[in-house]
Design a protein around this ligand. Structure first.
Ligand code: HGY
Ligand code: MN
Ligand code: MN
Length: 416
């Protein structure tokens, strides 16, 4: 049954185009940040599409949008398919989006072909997977597994709303997170279709990827406390220049990430704020985020240790205070061998496939704490993502959904 049902490329193309138009017109294409008007509008459309696909739709305590199709054996824990439809600023049309739309297309096919799975199927749009102004990513999937604590819920974004209020705006019920959280055994399997966001599949000539592991991500906030002063009258040896100090710290992060470890590591500084940010004032304060990623947690521990030592010596040398605060942690995961093989053979039925790790983080990182997870990748043209240039041919997106369908049908029979 797996591969003789054909996914509808034209319909998938249409869905992607519709979502690509529900974006913030005042920001670079294709921006759809969570907790915004366009996000609420896209959620309304997704809910309608889920209902048209025969799904019973609800919003959970963490504000995730969930469509349910009952299985013939209600005693079995559901299989969940999900991803996210929020974007980074100036993000692409495929990152996360094809995983949610792929789930909806599968629900349509089950409905149209009158296929009754044994497992109940859940199709989920997870809230705010991308790094948010609350300093944390994968918010909805963290909430689903009880990984949003009080301190995080009280964080305030630039609009002055707390994360708690943001979740409520989307129909979430933060006070019920603890009661509703999913635990081990509540989900049989979580599957996610996603673009690779890197160059490997394209460069090796493969159409599909079976993901073997997903990196863990550590994010921190660094504050350099200098002294704002006159740019003309303050001699160089009397300055506490917060931006010069931050620049030295940023280069030390790059240096540490460039060292060799037992597994690959990457380090990035992508967001930085300068005060007072005037060309004739010695910067008094600089705040920036940095993140490190690796498949192995102990490699991240080693790198953080090295960065902490660099920060201490820079602070002493420049006689200013530099603080580092943890923002978020997600653990790297190695995907269960049987799941990888089930995904890989389901992909092979559709096109040339490769086993590979994910350098991007996903909602699967959070769901892995309570259930086995599997991921299907499709290629990213030129390896580009988190950019309006992000592109995957619609035929390859369709192959990805077909592979996801095959994987679902396979594990519906396997997992009892
Ligand atoms: O940042 C990531 O790895 C993902 O694209 N949110
Ligand atoms: Mn994503
Ligand atoms: Mn992303």
């Amino acid at each position: 049954m797996g591969s003789n049902i054909k996914m509808n490329t034209e319909r998938i193309k249409g869905d992607i185009s519709i979502l690509a138009n529900i974006v913030d017109q005042d920001r670079p294409l294709y921006t759809r940040r969570p907790f915004t008007g366009e996000y609420l509008k896209s959620r309304k459309w997704l809910k309608e599409e889920m209902e048209k696909a025969g799904l019973t739709v609800s919003v959970d305590a963490a504000s995730n949008l969930i469509g349910e199709r009952k299985g013939s054996r209600p005693e079995l824990p559901p299989i969940m398919i999900g991803s996210h439809t929020d974007s980074v600023v100036g993000g692409g049309r495929f990152d996360g989006i094809i995983g949610v739309l792929g789930g909806i297309e599968i629900a349509r096919q089950l409905d149209e072909q009158d296929v009754r799975l044994e497992h109940t199927l859940l199709i989920v749009d997870f809230t705010a997977e991308e790094a948010s102004e609350f300093g944390i990513s994968t918010i909805g999937s963290r909430g689903m597994v009880g990984n949003l604590n009080k301190e995080i819920l009280e964080r305030v974004n630039h609009d002055g709303i707390t994360l708690r209020e943001g979740l409520e705006q989307l129909g979430g019920r933060p006070s019920e997170l603890e009661k509703e959280k999913k635990k081990n055994g509540d989900i049989s399997l979580y599957l996610e279709l996603h673009i690779e966001q890197g160059p490997v599949l394209e460069q090796t000539g493969h159409e599909l990827g079976a993901v073997t592991g997903i990196v863990g991500i550590r994010r921190y906030k660094v504050t350099c406390h200098g002294q704002a002063n006159h740019a003309g009258t303050t001699p160089m040896n009397m300055r506490a220049d917060a931006l010069a100090a931050a620049s030295e710290v940023i280069l030390s992060i790059e240096y540490v990430a460039n060292q060799s470890y037992s597994t690959q590591i990457v380090g990035t500084v992508g967001r930085l704020f300068v005060e007072p940010n005037a060309s004739n004032v010695v910067p008094g304060k600089v705040v920036f985020d940095f993140e490190l990623r690796s498949l192995e947690s102990d490699v991240l521990d080693e790198a953080i240790e090295n960065i902490g030592q660099s920060i201490d010596s820079i602070a002493v040398k420049r006689t200013l205070d530099i603080t580092i605060e943890p923002l978020s942690v997600s653990d790297g995961i190695i995907i269960n061998e049987d799941v990888v093989e089930g995904v890989f053979h389901s992909c092979q039925e559709v096109g040339s496939s490769l086993r590979l790790p994910s350098g991007a983080g996903h909602d699967a990182n959070q769901i892995a704490s309570i259930a086995p997870v599997g991921m299907v990748f499709v290629p990213s043209q030129n390896g580009v993502s988190h950019s309006s240039d992000e592109w995957t041919d619609y035929e390859l997106v369709t192959k990805g959904i077909q592979a996801l369908w095959n994987t679902l049908i396979y594990f519906d029979k396997q997992f009892k």
